[in-house]
Design a protein around this ligand. Structure first.
Ligand SMILES: Nc1nc2c(ncn2[C@@H]2O[C@H](COP(=O)(O)OP(=O)(O)OP(=O)(O)O)[C@@H](O)[C@H]2O)c(=O)[nH]1
Ligand SMILES: [Mg+2]
Length: 437
């Protein structure tokens, strides 16, 4: 199962991380698989009948690609100094490509997750980011003296120097370069003040961990005023309103045969609703008692009719949108798009890469450390390996060297001076991620 991208669920205790995770297909208490719907490469080539994904599914060119979610538990104010589960949390975090900050907007839990009333959840957004920033900044400042000396001595550029420090957070040179581009700093790295370093770390954090705010517990009567406050502070694109508990409840009732529920939608039908709509047997649904009926009515009023859905499905698609994920279809052979293993199934694999990923980084992801020789597109036209992969633009062959890079040839012996090149993978880039709903 391809590991990336990984979406990390963060948030203080009792904000609803586990409840949100449970909405997806759980692998263990900490991890789950969600599915993102994209349009598949098979649609572009009219090969939908032969499309057999190794993971997920593909129906009429609509492909569900697995994406992993990780519950990063135990974050409280002071975590970077070892409070709560401390650095354990931060170690989990480094694998995440994007974060979903699950915020309890009911205001019924304080910063430590203890029961209270009237807490302002806008504070959580502030302290959580600052925990991550302080963690990275602390690690950097601790070694800054020697980092600076080495930087000067080796005449490195700032991207190289910072990437050396940030690779442990799952950073790539592109991430670092983007952060520095945004800042347009004039002073050389060795002259940076602590304030500049702090700004660099903050910008890097925002680049490395794009964050969706899942404003959870919208079913609670106190949620409204807190939502409006947060909505004024944050980019509306980064906010999703949700009620994880409602989603879990509806799915449970659907499974038990009490309601018909279209996941991610506002539609919930009971037996009576279906009879009214003309299905004589009420869709085969079971009769509910009064208590259950009133809970459903309440959920419709408080969540579904007001907000359009429970919002949980949108959390994942919004995170994918933020990352600007590009689906890449590694195939062994460009003629037929198969896996090269004898079967005639096409486009068996699909990996999702982040926006800004270069052809070279993409190649690494697909082929590991095989030394990349050159990249070309149809007709043998060379493509720069530093080009940023774009949807629909890159149908390329990545050619790697299959032999050692330089084989010394003993004198007097006829050497095979030609490098053997092998097409390991045709990497194809098709349409952008579209919303599941
Ligand atoms: N009203 C309401 N309660 C919720 C919602 N989601 C979760 N809860 C409740 O909030 C409490 C905490 O939920 P969890 O999912 O365990 O929270 P968590 O973030 O995993 O907490 P930790 O594992 O302690 O970090 C539970 O009692 C849930 O039932 C929601 O959408 N609405
Ligand atoms: Mg939990």
């Amino acid at each position: 199962m391809p590991r990336d991208p990984l979406i990390g669920l963060v948030g203080k205790p009792s904000s609803g991380k586990s409840t949100t995770l449970n909405r997806f297909t759980t692998i263990d208490p900490q991890r789950a698989i969600g599915y993102l719907q994209i349009s598949c490469a098979c649609a572009r080539y009219n090969l939908s009948d032969k499309c057999k994904p190794n993971y997920g599914s593909c129906v009429d060119g609509k492909r569900s690609v697995p994406i992993e979610l990780l519950d990063v538990a135990g974050l409280v104010p002071g975590a970077h100094e070892g409070k709560g589960l401390g650095n354990k949390f931060l170690d989990d975090l480094r694998h995440a490509d994007a974060l979903v900050h699950v915020v309890d907007v009911s205001g019924t839990t304080d910063a430590e997750g203890k029961a209270t009333r009237g807490y302002d959840p806008a504070q959580d957004i502030v302290w959580l980011r600052s925990e991550i920033v302080s963690w990275i900044e602390g690690n950097l400042l601790e070694k800054w003296g020697s980092i600076k000396r080495r930087h000067v001595a080796t005449k490195a550029n700032p991207v190289e120097t910072l990437q050396n420090q940030f690779s442990g957070y799952g950073s790539t040179p592109t991430t670092v370069a983007r952060a520095l581009d945004r800042l347009k700093l004039k002073e050389p790295l060795e002259a940076w003040s602590n304030e500049t370093i702090s700004t660099v770390v903050q910008t890097f954090t925002d680049e490395k961990f794009p964050t969706v705010f899942a404003l959870n517990k919208i079913d609670h009567p106190d949620a409204d005023k807190n939502i409006s406050k947060i909505a004024k502070m944050q980019d509306p694109q980064s906010i999703v309103l949700c009620s994880a508990i409602s989603e879990v409840f509806l799915r449970k009732l659907a499974k038990q045969g009490f309601v018909r529920y279209t996941e991610g939608s506002e539609f919930v039908d009971t037996r009576e609703d279906l009879v009214e709509m003309g299905e004589v047997d009420g869709g085969g649904l079971k009769e509910m008692d009064e208590k259950l009926k009133s809970r459903i009515e309440n959920l419709k009023d408080m969540v579904l009719y007001r907000f359009g859905s429970t919002g949980v499905v949108q959390v994942l698609s919004r995170a994918a949108e933020l990352l600007g994920l590009v689906p890449v279809f590694p195939v062994k052979s460009i003629s037929g798009f198969g896996a090269g293993s004898g079967s005639n199934a096409v486009f068996r694999d699909c990996v999702l890469v982040k926006k800004g990923t270069t052809v070279k980084e993409c190649g690494r992801k697909v082929m590991g450390d095989a030394p990349l020789a050159y990249v070309e597109e149809a007709g043998g036209i060379r493509v720069s390996e530093d080009e940023v992969v774009e949807v629909g633009k890159h149908d390329v062959d990545i050619i790697v060297q299959s032999g050692p890079i330089e084989t010394p040839v003993p004198r007097g012996q006829k050497g095979d001076s030609e490098q053997t090149m092998e097409v390991i993978s045709n990497v194809m880039f098709v349409h952008v991620v579209s919303l599941p709903n």
